[in-house]
Design a protein around this ligand. Sequence first.
Ligand code: ZN
Length: 189
Amino acid sequence: MVLPIVQYGSPVLRKKGAKIEKITPEIKTLIADMFETMEANHGVGLAAQQIGEAKQLTVIDVRAVTDRPSTLELDGKPAEVASIMPLVLINPEVTPAGEMVKGGEGCLSFPEIYADISRPGIVDVKALDAHGNPLAFRCGGLLARAVQHETDHLNGLLFIDRMDKKTKAEIQMDLDALQAETKAALAKK
Ligand code: ZN
């Protein structure tokens, strides 16, 4: 089922996600719905907060993006990025493992807002997969960016928090307008 995406201004986007202790049938349904919702909106990642659930759960799939490469290492050896796609990360922990790199980012909760953000270019990731099994890998490029963007969501952080002052100032009017629109829509409910 394609779910409505929560937009900037909604309080749930600022909530830290609760850890998932058990992969229940409800969590499995949530994962399937999140993939459907992400694909319907042509996103490369979606966090549970973005469909209104403050949980440590995100889905990622970078395969549709051909002009921004990703890298993957499993057990210290290069591996095919596609081999871990589509990717479900539960309770993820991300550790920087490379220099800061600037790159363009958007977010399904911020329609039509894009900006350059600096993040570590390589990260180590530990998480549970969709079956609750431990997962560990090192990644770079777009995948590293997506993992960090989505893990931020799970902690109530947004990409606007990672923008430099000048970049944020340039889009501040758009952000204020979006926030006001979301709050007005929430007030009507
Ligand atoms: Zn986002």
